[in-house]
Ligand binder design. Structure first.
Ligand code: NDP
Length: 303
């Protein structure tokens, strides 16, 4: 039996492993893929992590993992199927079962995909899911944002400060996002809103060149040239395995304060899977540290 099992090996999980090992905990990290780093692995360049400007996402993931390994963290491969509560926590995976006194859930979240041709091929080559992360690469260029929620509206406003031209593409006429954000966009001269349009195809050879748009009412198609496309059509927390275990909000994010303490004693949460305002590498890393400290205190109290 271990002191602590960390589920997931993105920045939150790896940070929890570093803090857990430094606190002297006997822990394992269970990861679905043998590549640690989570969403960071797919990021070509991370430009907003303090002290590491322009860091390649893959290298960053590897560096985080090496740090945890150097301190003695053990990594186990397996897909976690269930976490069961009790005096001893039981983690079932497709490779076997593990027991621990405490568990930190760091299963992350995934950006919803548009699901159109060209999207997967051009991700990281013009197609992005995070304006805060990648917006700076499109300074002085043309960017398009797709979506009609708060994130799409905020992304469009953020990009308008950097880009020469920003298109906001939405499949309906009414926006789901906050009225105040809609008003703000109307005042920005370099933002053009294209309503009732869907993206049918993302086109380009080596990198994004244009978008094939379709008017949902007339069916008319047009090509829109763009250097960057920011997909903001929602995010999905990876909480299928723990929705019955811990309290989640209506969208499935685990409810916990910054200390990572959930409503179930001994079950902690960190990173994008936690309900919070800003989902970034730096906030995930902070979450991991907090949750590991909370878990350490909990284990000490058990004696
Ligand atoms: P939302 O679910 O709010 O919005 C998703 C948007 O994407 C909707 O407008 C939806 O269209 C559109 N969409 C979904 N699927 C497709 C598709 N296949 N093709 C085209 N468009 C599509 O997600 P967000 O990521 O914007 O926000 C997530 C949550 O975070 C929300 O609760 C939001 O309020 C919150 N948030 C709050 C902020 C704040 O308070 N400042 C900032 C950012 C986020 P349709 O409207 O037609 O369904």
């Amino acid at each position: 039996m271990y002191d602590l099992i960390i589920v997931g090996s993105g920045p939150a999980g790896l940070s929890a492993a570093v803090y857990g090992k430094r606190a002297g905990l006997d822990l394992i990290v269970i990861e679905k893929n043998p590549m640690s780093g989570g969403q960071v692995l797919n990021t070509y360049e991370v430009d907003n992590y303090l002290g590491m400007p322009g860091m390649n996402g893959f290298d960053m993931g590897m560096q985080f993992r090496e740090h945890a390994e150097k301190l003695g963290a053990r990594f186990v491969e397996g897909e976690v199927l269930a976490v069961e509560d009790g005096e001893v926590k039981l983690v079932r995976t497709d490779q076997g079962e593990y027991r621990a006194r405490a568990v930190i859930l760091t299963t992350g979240a995934e950006h919803a995909l548009l699901g159109v041709p060209g999207e997967r091929e051009l991700t990281g080559r013009g197609v992005s899911y995070c304006a805060t992360c990648d917006g700076a690469f499109y300074r002085g260029k043309t960017a398009a944002v797709v979506g009609g929620g708060d994130v799409a509206l905020e992304d469009a406003a953020y990009l308008a400060r950097l880009c020469e031209k920003v298109y906001l593409i939405h499949r309906r006429k009414e926006f789901r996002g906050a009225r105040i954000l809609q008003e703000r966009l109307k005042d920005l001269p370099n933002v053009e809103i294209l309503c009732n349009r869907v993206v049918r195809e993302i086109c380009g050879k080596e990198k994004l060149e244009s978008l094939l748009l379709e008017d949902v009412e007339s069916g008319q198609r047009e090509n829109l040239e763009a250097d960057g496309l920011f997909v903001a059509v929602g995010i999905r927390p990876n909480t299928e395995l723990c929705r019955e275990l811990v309290a989640c909000d209506e969208q499935g994010y685990v409810l916990a304060r910054e200390d990572g303490v959930t409503n179930v004693p001994g079950i902690f949460v960190a990173g994008d899977v936690r309900k919070k305002g800003l989902r970034q590498i730096i906030t995930a890393v902070a979450d991991g540290a907090n949750a590991a400290v909370s878990a350490g205190e909990y284990i000490n109290r058990l004696g």
